[in-house]
Design a protein around this ligand. Structure first.
Ligand code: ZN
Ligand code: ZN
Length: 132
């Protein structure tokens, strides 16, 4: 597994922590993945010019168009809806954010570059997934 701007740092059980290759120069960008490269946590803000981490390196993150003409992000079966735009950034929230108080969020730019991802849910996998 190779990511252009991240170095494998430590493995904690099922999780792998990566940090930016410029960590020594003060860059705080980090990435936590599961062993199958599912993103758990991602903070893609560098204090230097960084090559973009190609999303196809990560499994289980997809942008899907809805029937209503919108876009949702599906990550490990959980759906994230657009809930706020702040300047160039779009904030996406877990579809169970309102009902279950789930705090999982994804921040992207308008071009869908993922800047931040907190893929930690307070509920088990989506029960309705695959109901259709
Ligand atoms: Zn960096
Ligand atoms: Zn959730």
């Amino acid at each position: 597994m190779y990511l252009p701007s991240f170095n494998k740092n430590q493995v904690y059980g099922p999780k792998t922590h990566w940090r930016c290759s410029h960590f020594g120069k003060g860059c705080r960008a980090i990435l936590h993945t599961l062993n199958d490269m599912t993103i758990v946590k991602y903070y893609n803000v560098h204090n230097h010019l960084a090559p973009e981490t190609p999303l196809h390196q990560f499994k289980k993150i997809t942008f899907t168009n809805t029937q209503q003409g919108g876009t949702i992000i599906v990550l490990s079966g959980n759906k994230f809806y657009k809930y706020r735009t702040s300047g160039p950034k779009i904030h996406w929230k877990c579809s169970r954010g309102y009902k279950h108080g789930c705090r999982a969020v994804i921040h992207t730019l308008q071009d869908m570059t993922v800047i931040k991802c907190h893929n930690v849910h307070n509920h088990l996998g989506p029960k309705y997934f695959g109901n259709r």
